[in-house]
Write a protein that binds this ligand. Sequence first.
Ligand code: SF4
Ligand code: SF4
Ligand code: FES
Length: 273
Amino acid sequence: MSNEKIIKFHIRRYDPLKDEKPYYRTYDVPVKKGMVVLDALHYIRENLDPSLAWRYSCRMGVCGSCGMLINGSPTLACNTQIFDVSETEITIGPLPNFKIIKDLVPELSSMFEKHTKIMPFIVRDEKELDDPEGEFYLSSEQLEEFLQFTYCIKCGCCMAACPTLATDQNYIGPQPLAQAHRYNKDMRDGGRKNRNEITGSKDGAFKCHYAGECSRVCPKGVDPAKAIQIMKRQLVFDFLKIAKKQKPCEKLMGPGKGEKKNIPPAPPYTVQG
Ligand code: SF4
Ligand code: SF4
Ligand code: FES
């Protein structure tokens, strides 16, 4: 007996070069247990309609390319089991709050431009980068301060779910703000003062209503809403000049000098050079 089911996929289509406005087209797809939404899109393109456009790359929830609106929720097509969503009908559209290039392909550059502005890197003195004198040691506790925020794959699902962004495209939004928080909390970083100019601006963290939708939809378990609330408090402390001084991480001078606590030695080389 076949465990295959025919599921109706209602897919939002829009080609700005020839369509006046978006419309929905329905495709019948034979689905078996274990198939994800991305598999159904491949089936449609290979067997029913080669003109359907979407974006993907890794097929394993890592590259962040396949974010789309699946039955009303922004999520990754490669990470969504079809039978977990529905056994009869599924509606798919592009991520809201972004311009659309074609069909299910959003234009994500508005997010990446904001992400670039918050300086998503460790800011250090340039002299030191040219002439490093040692390595920095982060304790597990110091790492815990920001570790979960490093899991962001920039899929844009949180931006698509944010009600503030839906009404105000100038708002920086949860993805860039969570990444600003990730670097602000890194003991090796010295860029918070500069980032505050952006995160504390009129389009920054204080526009967040704390609806929490961003954290609810994040496929990687990142909690941007939490990052933004901690950031708001820090911005106030910084403004009032009552922020506690961030304890810098320990600096180990010179290669191999100093003792690294709780860090196992590196495994031996597997390939001999
Ligand atoms: S925080 Fe989560 S939902 Fe937002 S871009 Fe990063 S991985 Fe995607
Ligand atoms: S918590 Fe803030 S950033 Fe997240 S969805 Fe709500 S308003 Fe947007
Ligand atoms: S294809 Fe890479 S996250 Fe889905």
